[in-house]
Design a protein around this ligand. Structure first.
Ligand code: ADP
Ligand code: MG
Length: 696
């Protein structure tokens, strides 16, 4: 185990670091010298060499030396001291806005200076404003021997304090009698990638020799950065593995019925399962038969038919006399699932309950009692509803839909919720935002994965076009045409306002305009602020074909399933991300007619928005879209960690360090087998003792 906060090892005991500094450091999570050493520079300055003035480019930060050829106080409004500095290769202007008479004298013609500052393009020559400077005598003082680190910091902690702190920490690193910085990556793991040892890594990053290009240190390609990225990814991998092992040690009810109930259900469906659905269902059934909790991620593109698989899985629980719960992220989607499950399962004599926020008072109490008594076999609701005190007689399976908005922490919380009497329910997590395989294995290392990689037969790819807002009239004519042919359409008004209220108002205004322009159509409006009963009424009417056009906010993003709807207009499409656009578009193309999607945008398009719309025009495959999305946006957003605030990586970058991911997984296997004593310290070092997934 790594020693924590040994007193001699605390920053407060260093020269130049007082209690005030120590307090600020503690707020940054730095309690030991080792912690400080993992606080890496943001960038570097090169003060190791003198650059000839003629070689400077705007934006450079450099040391120069030269003689002052001209010096004058210019009074145009605010007084300014202007000097010219010449070094034989060229000359440059220095500007000072704060100066006293002594400084004015020192900066007089004939004197020699050394300056360090940022070079800017001036009107006549290159300039430095307020450089650091010192007067030179006969001899030049020595230059720095290392690149100068610039640390990310907070108020009251100056760069000088950081340099003092880190400098002393580095010196103590190798001293006898000092708690050492433990090397947690055995040589055998480092060698194949040429990753340097930890002590060398840290001393290089804090004190790079002048031969190292600062850019190489910052773009993450230097072996020292790669070493830390590797270690960090490994720590995350290990913490997820440990979580997984803990789950595997828990007990769960083995669901080993004959499978007759789910077979009867499948026989009654108007379609046959696709091969992919059958394969995935078999994987799930095999997991459910085990006496330890299933923890499976079911990935499948929009419209690939995950709901049927979920229902068949639920029946495995019901068959053994246990219960299943299905959670959806929105009330709208929960309702949709409820209706599906009801239609499918009630004919089999199974009672399905909808836990809605609208249910209050006695009716709610009665429902909860029947759930607790086991009279109801399947419950559907939003996550929020399940978070309240809902007791089950015997909950054996929890199905979570559209989990991509949730991170590890939420998964964990759910798992703990479901725990009763030492037994854990099985868990199936469904997501329509497929993520590339290596990324999935890294981000979801605590889960098993099943993939539905096939759409039901007969699906027509949705034809997608992008059109500027100026072609609105044409688009409206197209809606009229489609609806006259008995088709239905969506008009989506995505978030362009900060507040949900304003967004809903905007949707209402659009609905009003469209009603005026298309008087012959029956137009409905649905948004997040509508009372649930109204929302339900509108959705039911649209499903039944009693409405031609549904104007909606992005509440319809997930799950809404109306096969007769074949046209979708998405306004302000340039504001939405790829995954969301693909998700929305998935609301059409569910029937057997040609479907299309019009992405309306407001020019001018930014480069990235242009690229996104192009991807959607060219591509209908969610996996491919996810891959392109990753390239365009970076993994943080693809995984949805931005929204959930899940702990992000400090040094590693899933996209840049992709080539390490496989190796990291293997390294995790090896470390667990051969060096189990390194596991805990690694997790502590990178994820911290307070991390949820560090808890026992
Ligand atoms: P998603 O994976 O996006 O949740 P759904 O489960 O909502 O997809 O399924 C989309 C539509 O496809 C539904 O209308 C569903 O009944 C239908 N469906 C599912 N599986 C099949 C299949 N094997 N053949 C034909 N239609 C199917
Ligand atoms: Mg779905």
């Amino acid at each position: 185990m790594e020693k924590r906060v040994a007193v001699v090892n605390a920053p407060a005991h260093l020269k130049g670091i007082g209690p005030r500094h120590a307090e600020r450091l503690a707020r940054l999570g730095i309690h030991t010298l080792a912690d400080a050493l993992f606080h890496l520079p943001l960038r570097y300055q090169d003060r190791t060499r003198i650059v000839p003035i003629a070689r400077l480019r705007p934006g450079d930060e450099a040391v120069i030396e030269g003689g002052i050829t001209f010096s004058e106080v210019v009074r145009r409004g605010r007084a300014m001291l202007l000097c010219h500095l010449q070094d034989g290769s060229g000359s440059l202007a220095l500007r000072f806005f704060h100066f006293n008479s002594r400084q004015e004298q020192l900066l007089g013609p004939g004197n020699r200076l050394r300056c360090f500052g940022v070079v800017r393009e001036g009107r006549f020559t290159l300039e430095m404003t307020h450089p650091e400077w010192r007067l030179l005598g006969e001899e030049s003082p020595p230059l720095e021997r290392h690149l100068t680190p610039v640390y990310p910091t907070t108020e009251g902690l100056h760069q000088a304090a950081w340099r003092t702190l880190i400098g002393q920490a580095l010196e103590r690193l190798g001293e006898p009698g000092q708690p050492t910085l433990q090397e947690l990556l055995p040589e055998t793991l480092r060698r194949p990638f040429g990753l340097p040892p930890l002590a060398e890594t840290l001393s290089l990053l804090h004190r790079p020799p002048p031969t190292v290009a600062p850019t190489a240190l910052l773009d993450g390609l230097h072996p020292a950065r790669r070493r830390l990225a590797f270690e960090e990814l490994l720590a995350h991998q290990l913490s997820l593995r440990r979580l997984r092992e803990r789950t595997q040690r828990q007990a769960a009810p083995p669901l080993v019925g004959s499978g007759g109930l789910s077979r009867r259900f499948l026989e009654r469906l108007p379609f046959a399962l696709t091969a992919a659905q059958r394969r995935v269902l078999a994987e799930i059934a095999a997991d459910l038969a085990q006496p330890r909790p299933m923890l499976r991620l079911l990935q499948g593109d929009v419209g690939s038919g995950k709901t049927v698989v979920a229902a068949a899985a639920a029946l495995r629980a019901v068959e053994t006399g246990a219960q299943a719960a299905l959670m959806a992220p929105t009330e709208l989607l929960a309702e949709q699932h409820y209706h599906n499950f009801q239609t499918w399962l009630e004919p089999l004599g199974i009672e399905v309950a909808w836990l809605t926020g609208r249910l209050t008072g006695r009716a709610r109490r009665a429902l909860l009692e029947r759930l607790a008594a086991g009279d109801i076999q399947v419950a559907v609701g939003t996550h929020a509803l399940f978070q309240e005190a809902v007791a089950f007689a015997e909950l054996a399976l929890v199905i979570v839909d559209e989990q991509h908005r949730f991170g590890v922490h939420q998964r964990l919380a759910l798992r703990e919720k479901g725990q009763r009497g030492g037994r854990c329910p099985h868990q199936l997590i469904m997501t329509a935002t497929p993520i590339p395989r290596t990324l999935a294995m890294t981000a979801y290392a605590d889960l098993d994965t099943s993939i539905i990689d096939e759409l039901p037969p007969g699906r027509q790819p949705v034809k997608t076009v992008a059109a500027p807002d100026s072609r609105r009239a044409e688009v409206i004519a197209r809606i009229r045409q489609a609806c006259q042919r008995g088709r239905q359409a969506y008009w989506v008004c995505p978030l362009i306002e900060e507040s949900e209220t304003l967004q809903c108002q905007a949707a209402a205004v659009t609905a009003g305009q469209l009603t005026a322009l298309l008087p012959e159509l029956r137009i409905g409006l649905v948004h997040g602020r509508l009372p649930p009963a109204d929302k339900e009424a509108v959705m039911t009417a649209f499903k039944a074909g009693a409405l031609d056009l549904l104007v909606a906010t992005t509440v319809i993003e997930v799950g809404v399933d109306v096969p007769n709807a074949s046209l979708m207009i998405i306004e302000n499409a340039e504001r939405l991300g790829l995954a969301q656009l693909h998700q929305l578009r998935g609301r059409v193309g569910r029937g057997d007619t040609d479907s299309s999607c019009v992405l309306l945008y407001r020019p001018p398009l930014s480069q990235i928005a242009h690229a996104r719309l192009a991807v959607l025009r060219e591509c209908n495959d969610g996996f491919e879209i996810a891959r392109r999305d990753l390239e365009l946006r970076g993994p943080g957003e693809v995984l949805g960690t931005r929204q959930t605030g899940e702990q992000s990586l400090r040094i590693a970058d899933l996209l840049r360090d992709q080539d390490l991911l496989n190796a990291v997984r293997h390294a995790a296997d090896r470390l667990l087998r051969q060096h189990p004593d390194c596991v805990e310290p690694l997790i502590r070092r990178w994820i911290g003792a307070g991390a949820r997934y560090g808890e026992v």
